[in-house]
Design a protein around this ligand. Structure first.
Ligand code: FE2
Length: 172
């Protein structure tokens, strides 16, 4: 495997790990602000990113590139509002999309079509994630996020997470 691809694969291992840790910090902020529905959403997201990290980790190790998790930068744990935390979520997803696209571009350049194929589902998932968070931001803006609306807003998240849990159970 090309040396630059190896390096970038490990950068992506770190990126997915950092995203997972960042979502845990967000879950904590929600717990502290009595938003159990949104808290659950961030636990779910953290688990999702951990699974991605493991997929990159395994792929790297399976292809002679010793997987390793790099340094985790200091993560944001304070937010102004529900809108602020979701806008930060969108920012993190956009950063991850840029990193995955960069890796795909490198694969093209060095004709590493196997890694490009491995990346394909992640490229699609990033598109879905960004769209999903954008929809949540629209919902939050419409419902409003001042204290008197927070109870209702959090209930919406709870409902959404119940739907996701049922979807997951249906897959098994
Ligand atoms: Fe991810």
């Amino acid at each position: 495997m090309n040396e630059s691809i190896r390096r970038q694969l490990n950068i992506q291992v770190t990126n997915e790990h950092v995203a997972s840790m960042a979502y845990l910090e967000m879950a904590s902020w929600c717990a502290d602000n009595d938003l159990p529905g949104l808290e659950e959403y961030f636990y779910f997201s953290a688990e999702d990113e951990r699974e991605h990290m493991l997929e990159f980790y395994r792929y790297a190790n399976a292809n002679g590139c010793r997987a390793t998790i790099g340094a985790v930068p200091s993560l944001r744990s304070e937010f102004e509002s529900v809108l602020d935390i979701l806008e930060h979520t969108l920012f993190l997803e956009q950063q991850n999309t840029i990193a995955i696209n960069e890796l795909a571009k490198m694969c093209h350049e060095v004709l590493d079509y196997a890694t490009l194929q491995f990346l394909q589902p992640f490229i699609k998932e990033q598109q879905d994630s960004e769209r999903g968070v954008e929809e949540l931001i629209v919902m939050v803006k419409r419902v409003g996020y001042d204290p008197k609306n927070l109870y209702f807003l959090d209930k919406q998240f709870k409902k959404m997470m119940q739907g996701k849990a049922e979807e997951e159970a249906g897959k098994e």
